[in-house]
Design a protein around this ligand. Structure first.
Ligand code: AKG
Length: 335
């Protein structure tokens, strides 16, 4: 029975109309309560973030992750909150300069703000939807492309280099500034997470941001899609997806942070020792040494752990090459 019209003027049933009214009443009570209780705009933002963003992924997004190997971009924090993280990043840069080499890898052990980010419920809830209730964070990489710079990322699959068993590892890639086609957003090849062992060639190209400049040359660019991610949004992608990104041709910094999550059942196959941070649930396998949490930026206990863990990571990333220290773009002698 059609009895009324909703806000968009469409006819709706009595039950739909009632639900609409109850929802409107709820928001009006919530709004009056928050105006009288919360002391300022930022408390309101925190509460609104908590209500709207502690969410799981939609069925459609989960299906896309399974079929294509990545989710659509989802909002995991407000632009205002992302700006706070950006300010904390810039505060570190103001002290130590450009973040490269070890300072951009496994950096949840160095920077308190990254350590906070990897634990953020709006991210971890979504990760839990894809990985299950027990979640470790294995790594964090900063992907910083300066305005109008030539840095790029060639086509590659992460699972060929990191030694983590299985295919479950997933990345949450979070934008702290707009990742657009112009600023060099990621590109992905849908369905490539189902292809094992695509051939990679180490190029050591000076502008390539990957450790070895590893590249898959057999990619049909016409099948690839651009993954634009707005400030405060994230995309979740699978360990095996083939992905890349072009140089930043915009006048803005492109700031991305990639968080690598794993279930505790996986193992490190390229090294006897490896570490990870327990984020949620239990670790009943003990395959990874649990990492300390920094209490502030460059907390000496966590920073010492970072030194060891990063050295191990470096050995894994460069295994089979002549490199023993981080390849910096300025020092590249092979290209
Ligand atoms: O941020 C980028 O452009 C590339 C990121 C990437 O390759 C990764 O997170 O695995």
């Amino acid at each position: 029975m059609l009895v009324d019209r909703n806000r968009s003027g469409q006819r709706c049933t009595y039950n739909e109309f009632k639900l609409l009214k109850i929802t409107e009443q709820f928001w009006s009570i919530f709004y009056s309560w928050s105006c009288s209780t919360l002391r300022n705009q930022s408390e309101f933002t925190i509460l609104a973030n908590w209500i709207f963003m502690s969410a799981t992924l939609s069925k459609k997004a989960i299906q896309q992750y399974r079929d294509d190997g990545f989710t659509p971009a989802v909002r995991i924090m407000s632009k205002e909150e992302a700006e706070h993280f950006r300010i904390r990043l810039q505060a570190v840069e103001a002290v130590v300069g450009e973040l490269k080499g070890g300072r951009r890898l496994k950096c949840h052990l160095l920077y308190k703000w990254v350590s906070d980010l990897i634990r953020k419920p709006a991210i971890v809830d979504r990760v839990e939807t894809l990985l299950g209730p027990n979640v470790l964070c294995w790594g964090t990489d900063l992907w910083l492309k300066e305005p109008d710079s030539n840095k790029f990322v060639s086509w590659h699959q992460d699972n060929q280099y990191w030694g983590i068993s299985g295919t479950e590892l997933l990345t949450a890639w979070i934008a702290l500034s707009p990742a657009t086609v112009e600023s060099g957003c990621m590109r992905m090849l849908p369905g490539s997470h189902k292809c094992d062992g695509l051939e990679h060639v180490d190029t050591f190209h000076k502008d390539n941001m990957l450790t070895r400049g590893q590249s898959i040359f057999e990619i049909d660019e016409n099948q690839a899609v651009n993954i634009e991610v707005d400030t405060g949004e994230a995309v979740f992608f699978n360990y095996r997806i083939a992905h890349a990104s072009h140089p930043n041709r915009s006048q803005e910094r492109r700031i991305g942070i990639a968080i690598r999550y794993i279930p505790p059942s996986v193992k490190q196959l390229k090294s006897e020792w490896d570490s990870a941070t327990l984020i949620r649930g239990k670790d009943e396998f003990g395959h990874f040494i649990h990492e300390p949490e920094p209490k502030f930026d460059f907390d000496p206990v966590a920073a010492e752990f970072h030194r060891k863990s990063n050295e191990n990571y470096l050995n894994i990333l460069y295994s089979g090459t002549e490199w023993t220290t981080h390849r910096t773009w300025a020092l590249c002698i092979k290209c």
